[in-house]
Design a protein around this ligand. Structure first.
Ligand code: HSE
Length: 408
């Protein structure tokens, strides 16, 4: 029988309190919180003050503490904490997506060097157990794509705007009040948060460590009334989709809003729910759906990692160690629909393959194929909204060069 794990917790915000709650409601997990390190001396705390310290060393230097659970906001400070923790012989559980995405390769090396586990299921799509499935279940299946809704706040906002006709500002405020949004909500609405999660997922799906700055992210902040109208008239909805594919010797990945047909698997994934679609050579399409944000759902994923440590679990990064990862590339093309005021600078000649469009009431919609670089560029223009077409037809540049597509 294993001894009870002693936990040192950093941060006691939304997820920290969720973990405290689920840990006390669950009976099977042999773990208890010994200390919680927080920053703010003046904040009222919902549990006994004797749990709290303001000195990180009280946890990091305590030889009785087996596991550091890192749940703070600051990615830089979080990396220092987890480095020190493994150097001091502790295992780590973290849900810090930004920190993980920025340092994933170093985190892999740290685990090998100090022979300790760093687990982070709660960092990718909240309660959905995707990382352990990618590591264990899909070990021998050749995954060709992973895509889905990787951010709860934006899905909540889009649901409220579409279904309840709330304004964008009202819906964002509600997502913040419910504890779904990041402290800096631009990370959610501009697509950075799902990009960080995608970066982590790519390592466990395809064995590639990609720097998040190399992955293109387009957010939902420029979606307009005109886009909502287009969606409603065409029996579509809009979702912020993170996706990565293996095509023709390269890995492609990016985050962008997409028009989703009513019969698509993602169409009915609403509010703060996330979904991950995995496609493998043998298993074919599978979909995971669960709450992607919120105190208890994320707390439950963190608890599951703590529980995994009681049987010495460690990610093996099998796809990486197998050594046949494809390079990451942005040289691909997708189909988009753009909306802009009539007379804007973009015309059908700016598309690599123009597929149609119409003008009316001061607005124009244009539909066609563009490069990912152009998607990035256009997404930064004022008065222009770029949304992936219902069927985005992602193709790698090498296929185009073979004349398989744009010559149509
Ligand atoms: N802000 C994140 C989201 C929290 O809305 O998905 C969970 O990672």
């Amino acid at each position: 029988m294993k001894k009870k794990l002693k936990l040192g917790l950093f941060g006691f915000g939304c997820v920290g309190q969720g973990l405290y709650h689920v840990l006390h409601e669950t009976h099977g997990v042999k773990a208890e919180i010994k200390k919680i390190c927080v920053k703010d001396h003046h904040k009222q705390r919902p549990i006994d003050v004797s749990f709290f310290t303001y000195d990180a060393a009280e946890i990091l230097e305590d030889s009785e503490i087996d596991v550091v659970v890192e749940l703070i906001d600051d990615a830089k400070a979080a990396f220092e904490i987890i480095k020190k923790a493994v150097e001091n012989g502790k295992h780590v559980v973290t849900a810090n997506k930004k920190m993980l995405a920025e340092h994933l390769e170093e985190i892999y090396e740290l685990q090998k060097k100090y022979d300790r586990s760093i687990l982070y299921e709660g960092a990718v799509c909240g309660s959905i157990p995707i990382l352990r499935n990618l590591e264990e279940y899909y070990d021998n299946d050749m995954i060709t794509s992973i895509e889905g809704i990787f951010n709860g706040s934006t899905n909540y906002i889009l649901t409220k705007v579409f279904e309840e006709r709330k304004t964008y500002i009202e819906a964002l405020k509600a997502a913040q009040d419910l504890g779904f949004a990041e402290s800096d909500p631009s990370l959610d609405v501009e697509g950075y948060d799902p990009k960080f999660k995608l970066t982590i997922a790519i390592a466990h799906t395809f064995g590639a460590f990609v720097k998040p700055e190399n992955i293109i992210n387009v957010g939902i902040q420029k979606i307009s009334e005109v886009d909502l109208k287009y969606a409603k008239e065409n029996d579509l909805t809009i979702k912020l989709v993170a996706r990565a594919y293996k095509i023709d010797g390269s890995i492609y990945g990016f985050v962008a809003p997409q028009f989703i047909p009513a019969d698509h698997m993602l169409a009915n994934v609403r509010n703060e729910y996330n979904a991950v679609l995995v496609e493998g050579a043998f298993a074919e399409k599978q979909v995971f759906i669960g709450k992607g944000a919120g105190s208890y759902p994320t707390g439950s994923a963190v608890l599951s990692d703590i529980s995994a440590l009681t049987f010495d679990y460690r990610y093996e990064y099998k796809k990486y160690t197998q050594g046949d990862a494809f390079p990451f590339s942005n040289e691909a093309f997708v189909d988009v629909v753009i909306s802009s005021p009539e007379g804007s600078l973009i015309t059908n000649r700016d598309f690599d393959n123009f597929k149609g469009g119409y003008q009316g009431k001061g607005f124009q919609y244009l539909h066609g194929t563009i490069s990912l670089e152009k998607l990035k560029e256009w997404s930064q223009w004022d008065d222009l909204s770029v949304i992936l077409a219902p069927t985005p037809n992602l193709v790698g540049a090498s296929q185009i060069k073979k004349g398989e597509r744009l010559s149509a």
